[in-house]
Design a protein around this ligand. Structure first.
Ligand SMILES: [Zn+2]
Length: 311
């Protein structure tokens, strides 16, 4: 298995992973597929400096990769899209739902939150702890030029690359990217390895279905959105997490507990050793919303407050 070190790693004949330890808040991974003349980048990074570093390393290490033809976005979170403007001239592809969701959290909003953080008490401290190493100033959010629903098949030279929409789930329009030739899946944030996954949208059954889909694929290498490269055992661990958390949340919901108390009450068992375990508050809030059948979006600021308390 590939060392979990920052930078570009060749993982197949035509595929690469760009990894950013430690995979906690904002430290996302990206992917690259190239046949020496055509290329696809999967996701950019959280700010311009990090994205520029990645693009420089790709063009130095991969022959013919000075110009990227296509940028595929796995989902709308800033740590996967804020660097888009630097991939000059590329066609940018995302699911339709992802493109729509990208308008909801512009980088200016994070820049303002960071500036206000010192006056915001616990939540400000937690926010600083999560995001102080990134620079959200001066980013021009750059939107997809082409969208799809369900599935889209691309080629890099003679090699097929499949984009498969598995959301809504982590976000509204999650997509995984399969490179059959190298038996590799770029899973975006449908996989967090070593850290706790976050379900902003749900339903949880979509996450479990996406895991089953990945387990059935003729693939051996799974590049998560955060954390080290994994195999089907990593996919299994995420599926098991959701089965466990769903059942624990359901018991408490049926007992009439509220989401906040349930999140603090759940014994995480084997998952207590995963990073950012306080994300349980988001996951339980999303599950309770699902159990109730209500449509009100989660309140991210309130949830950051609860995570600050738990952390
Ligand atoms: Zn992410």
């Amino acid at each position: 298995m590939v060392d979990y070190k920052k930078g570009l790693h060749k993982i197949g004949d035509c595929t690469y992973a760009y990894l950013q330890p430690d995979g906690s808040w904002g430290w996302s991974n990206a992917g690259f597929v190239s046949d020496g003349s055509n290329s696809i980048l999967v996701d950019t990074l959280f700010d311009l400096k990090l994205t520029r570093e990645m693009l420089d390393e790709i063009s130095q290490k991969v022959k013919g990769a000075e110009k990227i033809d296509t940028l595929v976005i796995t989902h709308a979170n800033g740590d996967h899209v804020y660097g888009n403007e630097l991939v000059k001239g590329a066609e940018i592809i995302a699911s339709k739902a992802c493109a729509e969701e990208m308008t909801e959290t512009p980088p200016q909003m994070l820049a303002e939150m960071m500036k206000a953080a010192p006056t915001l008490g616990d939540i400000g401290r937690y926010f600083t702890h999560c995001f102080s190493e990134f620079n959200f100033d001066g980013i021009t959010l750059t939107f997809p030029t082409n969208t799809f629903e369900g599935r889209m098949d691309l080629t890099v030279g003679s090699k097929e690359v499949n984009l498969i929409e598995v959301g809504p789930c982590h976000t509204k329009g999650d997509v995984i990217v399969f490179v059959p030739y190298d038996r590799t899946v770029f899973a975006g944030d449908m996989l967090f390895i070593g850290g706790t996954p976050i379900m902003w949208i749900g339903p949880v059954k979509n996450w479990i279905q996406a895991c089953d889909l990945m387990l059935d694929m003729e693939a051996d290498i799974f590049v998560p959105g955060h954390g080290p490269i994994t195999d089907k055992k990593g996919v299994d661990s995420i599926k098991a997490y959701w089965h466990y958390i769903e059942a624990e949340a359901r018991k408490r919901y049926d007992d009439g507990m509220n989401a906040e108390d349930a999140a603090f009450d759940i014994d995480l068992g084997p998952y207590g050793s995963w990073g950012e375990k306080e994300r349980i508050v988001i996951n339980v809030a999303a599950l309770f919303k699902e159990f109730k059948g209500d449509d009100i979006p989660l309140n991210a600021v309130e949830l950051f407050g609860l995570m600050a308390r738990m952390a």
